[in-house]
Write a protein that binds this ligand. Structure first.
Ligand SMILES: C[S@@+](CC[C@H](N)C(=O)[O-])C[C@H]1O[C@@H](n2cnc3c(N)ncnc32)[C@H](O)[C@@H]1O
Ligand code: SF4
Length: 395
C-alpha cells in the first residue's frame, strides 16, 4: 500500500532522502569510562573497554561535524577519555563553527577542555553534586571536590577576562542525601558566579528519608534562594516541586502555569542524533528508538535508514510512540505502560545483558560505588584500571 503524503509540507521523497545538511545537533557518548563513582549513577559499566572506535569519530562522522551547529559530549566522564581530548583539538582547528556543550564531573576540567570551552563553548555542565565537603565525599567516591571548585573558579575568572560567551552551570541529583542541601546548592551557585543551577530528578529512586512537610520546606528554601539571586538561571526546581507534589498527592509549593504541551512534531527527529560508544545512533537521549549502527553502516546510510525514515514519518503525524512521555517536546505521549514496554523491547533487543544489569540497578540490588554493597562487590582492579588514566593527567 502506498503511504500517504507526509504532512508539514515535506514530500515523501524528501523524507526518504532526508539530507545530512539538516543536522543541527550532534551528541556523543564516547565511552562509559569514569574516574569516580557517584552513589546515584545509573551506569552499570565504567570500563575503558567501552570506548568509541576511532574509525567512527575520526572518519565516518566527519560530514556530521561539517553539517552540525552544536556538538555535545557526555559519558562516562569525557575529560578522562583521550578520544574526547583529541576530538576537541580537531574541532578547535577544523570545525570552529561548532558550539560545544559538555556534562562533566569537573575533577579533570583543565587543559584542552578549558581552552576549547573558552573558545567555542555554549553550556558547560559541571556535576558538582554536593556543597558540603563530607557529603561530596560520600556521593562522589574517589572525587576531589577542592579541585572541582578550583577548576570552576579558574574557568569563571578566565571566561570573564576573555569575554568568552561560555555559560557555566552546576548540577546535582535530588536524592535522599542531597535534598536537604538544595537551597545551599542554589546559593553557592549564585555566590560563585555560575550562570545556571540545575536539579536533576533521580532516574532510579525517589526521596523517602524525610516526611513531605520537611521536603516541601527544603523546596521552599530553594525557591527563596533562587528569588534572592535573580541573575542565576534556575533549572528544574519547579519541575521537581511539581513531580514531588504529584507523587504525594499534594499541592506544589509554588503553583506554576499549567504545562502546555507543544502541538507540533518534535524537531529533534529532523535535526539531531546521538551516537553511543558502540556505534548505535538514536534521535536523542529521550528516545530508545534506533536509527542504525555506525559500526555496520555509513553515516548517510544510518541518517537515511528505513528506521530513521519511519521515525520521522511517524513524528510528522504526531505519533510519539518511541519517546519518553516526560519529555517537554513530546506533543502526544502514549500510555506510560505501553511506552515502558516499547522501551524494554528496544533495550533488550540492543543488549540483553545490559538490560538485566540496568533492571538490577533500578531495583536497588547494586550501586555504582565500590564495596558499598557487600553482597555484590565489584572488582577493585577494574576501578584502578580506569583511575590510572586519571592519574596520568594528560590534558
Ligand atoms: C552519567 S553522567 C555523565 C557525565 C559526567 N560523568 C558527569 O557526572 O557529569 C551525566 C549526568 O547524569 C547525572 N546523573 C547521575 N546519576 C543520575 C541519576 N540516577 N538520575 C539522574 N541523573 C543522574 C550526573 O550527575 C550527570 O550530571
Ligand atoms: S555520574 Fe558520577 S559515576 Fe556516573 S559517569 Fe558521571 S561522574 Fe561518573
Amino acid at each position: 500500500m502506498k503511504p500517504s503524503e507526509p504532512q508539514c509540507g515535506i514530500s515523501e521523497n524528501d523524507l526518504r532522502n532526508w539530507p545530512l545538511s539538516k543536522l543541527r545537533e550532534l551528541h556523543f557518548e564516547m565511552g562509559k569510562q569514569c574516574n569516580v563513582r557517584c552513589i546515584m549513577c545509573y551506569q552499570t559499566d565504567f570500563s575503558p573497554a567501552t570506548k568509541m572506535a576511532e574509525v567512527m569519530w575520526k572518519e565516518k562522522l566527519l560530514p556530521a561535524y561539517e553539517a552540525a551547529e552544536t556538538l555535545t559530549m557526555s559519558g562516562g566522564e569525557p575529560t578522562i577519555m583521550p578520544a574526547c581530548r583529541e576530538l576537541l583539538r580537531t574541532v578547535m582547528k577544523d570545525y570552529t563553527h561548532l558550539k560545544l556543550n559538555m556534562v562533566t564531573n569537573g575533577v579533570q576540567l583543565r587543559g584542552v577542555f578549558e581552552e576549547a570551552f573558552l573558545k567555542q563553548g555554549n553550556v558547560l555542565n559541571i556535576s558538582l553534586n554536593a556543597i558540603d565537603p563530607q557529603l561530596y565525599a560520600k556521593i562522589v567516591q574517589f572525587g576531589r571536590q577542592s579541585e572541582v571548585i578550583a577548576n570552576i573558579k579558574r574557568l569563571i575568572a578566565r571566561r570573564d577576562e576573555s569575554g568568552s560567551t561560555l555559560k557555566l552551570r552546576i548540577s546535582t541529583v535530588i536524592i535522599n542525601d542531597t535534598v536537604h542541601e538544595m537551597a545551599d546548592f542554589v546559593q553557592w551557585a549564585a555566590d560563585n558566579g555560575l550562570d545556571e543551577a540545575l536539579l536533576y530528578q533521580d532516574y532510579l529512586q525517589g526521596v523517602t528519608r524525610y516526611d513531605s512537610v520537611t521536603v516541601q520546606k527544603f523546596i521552599a528554601d530553594a525557591y527563596a534562594a533562587a528569588d534572592r539571586n535573580p541573575n542565576l538561571k534556575m533549572l528544574h526546581l519547579d519541575d521537581w516541586d511539581w513531580y514531588y507534589a504529584r507523587l504525594h498527592g499534594l499541592d506544589p509549593v509554588r503553583l506554576r502555569p499549567v504545562f502546555q504541551r507543544p502541538k507540533e512534531p518534535c524537531g529533534v527527529a529532523l535535526d539531531s542524533m546521538i551516537v553511543s560508544h558502540d556505534g548505535a545512533v538514536k534521535p536523542c537521549c529521550k528516545s530508545w528508538y534506533l536509527y542504525g549502527n555506525l559500526m555496520q553502516s555509513s553515516l548517510l546510510e544510518v541518517w537515511q535508514s528505513d528506521a530513521a525514515y519511519r521515525f520521522r514519518r511517524r513524528m510528522l503525524g504526531l505519533d510519539f510512540r518511541d519517546c519518553l512521555g516526560a519529555c517537554d517536546l513530546n506533543a502526544n505521549p502514549i500510555n506510560p505502560r505501553i511506552a515502558n514496554a516499547r522501551k524494554a523491547y528496544w533495550v533488550i533487543k540492543r543488549d540483553p545483558k545490559e538490560a538485566i544489569k540496568k533492571a538490577k540497578r533500578r531495583l536497588g540490588f547494586d550501586t555504582a560505588q565500590i564495596d558499598s554493597h557487600p553482597q555484590q562487590p565489584q572488582s577493585r582492579v577494574d576501578v584502578q584500571s580506569t583511575l590510572s588514566r586519571d592519574d596520568l593527567d594528560t590534558n
